[in-house]
Design a protein around this ligand. Sequence first.
Ligand code: HAM
Length: 429
Amino acid sequence: MYSAPRGTHDILPEEWPYWRHVISCAHETAALFGFEQIDTPIFETTSLYIRGVGEGTDIVDKEMYSFQDKGGEEITLRPEFTAGVMRAYLEHGMKVRPQPVKLYSIGPIFRFERPQAGRYRQHHQFNVEVIGDQDPAVDAEVISLAWHFFERLRFRGLTLHLNSTGCPRCRPAYLEELVAYYRQHTDVICDDCKRRLARNPLRVLDCKNEQCQPVIAGAPRIMDHLCQECADHFAQLRVYLDALDLPYELNHRLVRGLDYYTKTVFEIYAQGIGAQNAVCGGGRYDGLIEQLGGPPTPGIGFGSGIERQILTMKEQGIEPPPLPKPEIFVGHVGDKPRIAAFELATLLRKEGLATLFSFGQRSLKAQLRAANRAGALYAVIVGEDELAAGVLTVRDLTAQTQETVAREEIVSWLRDRLAASRPEGESRR
Ligand code: HAM
């Protein structure tokens, strides 16, 4: 028997209330902040990610699903949204639109990772990007959007970690100092860090290995090496966050796993799914568009894993609203009534009333049991007598009472009853 590939999941019907809830919260939050939706292809030319995300990152070196298609093109399943969205910004000349351009996306992401709780080979992200403005207020708006989204989901125990990774002006000198410091400790650091030192030194700060922790604790901090522009930008961002009363922790070790970041980087954690599992990660990438062949254009954004949002909901006991189910069940007794019942079910659906039709030729009792199991509120029964008299028997499955309703009045009868059974302001169950 086949099973879903390792690290991937079917989203079963019982999971969909969670998915629908987080996705609708994402749309609502994006709208509230004035973001527009963009969908880019699930695959792009491989070199886009090599240039965008960067050689020497785990994503590019180890995690991409890359292949040659039948036309000989090098293709990669998107391992993140940002590079593709920047490609679209450039390709469609979005520079001429009022800046900044504020875009969001929702969809699947593919990374060949070691699967574990909260880490999958196919996951889904709610991703947000603001392109074309370097005002620190933009950084604050993006962070506050993420925060608002999680508050809307009613998450508890949120922590925001914040850092600045500098820019091409100040970072090289810092990296030199960091490498020089690490050179004095090569006897104790792990093999991964030795490799990182050569390929992507900033990442040594992110190492989880026990033996490296004391070395990290004593390492020089980028915050002490920022140029004036980066320091001012960070200070202003903090003024905005303080004004919003948005609590944050300065985390000197927060460096993120993608190469394009400059200045602000941040991650958000939620109580319940473990400190390693960020529900959101992002930052500023002022050099990325240039890196991809465009004019110098600043940008900032974040990605938030939908599976991790749902794990958080479950860990914190947050129930999603139930999805609407058909409230009407159409049953029948006899051959001619079955056809009439089928017509009736179709008519009710055309009138916007979600309806289940009773398949097969079961006893009335079995049909009513099925109606109850499906959670319907009313069973409409067509039998020989009803057909002859132009009426329908309607059973209220909650009150367990029965009435006869004229065929031509059934739509308005059901509408009235369903409207009366709903709490005020609720359009559907
Ligand atoms: P990232 O930190 O690699 O950033 O991913 C963003 C979020 O996606 C993570 O915080 C986590 O919630 C979720 N996530 C990542 N990998 C997995 C996985 N294997 N399984 C489940 N969830 C996962 C980015 O992708 C950047 N493109 C974000 C960004 C947008 N930066 C600027 N703009």
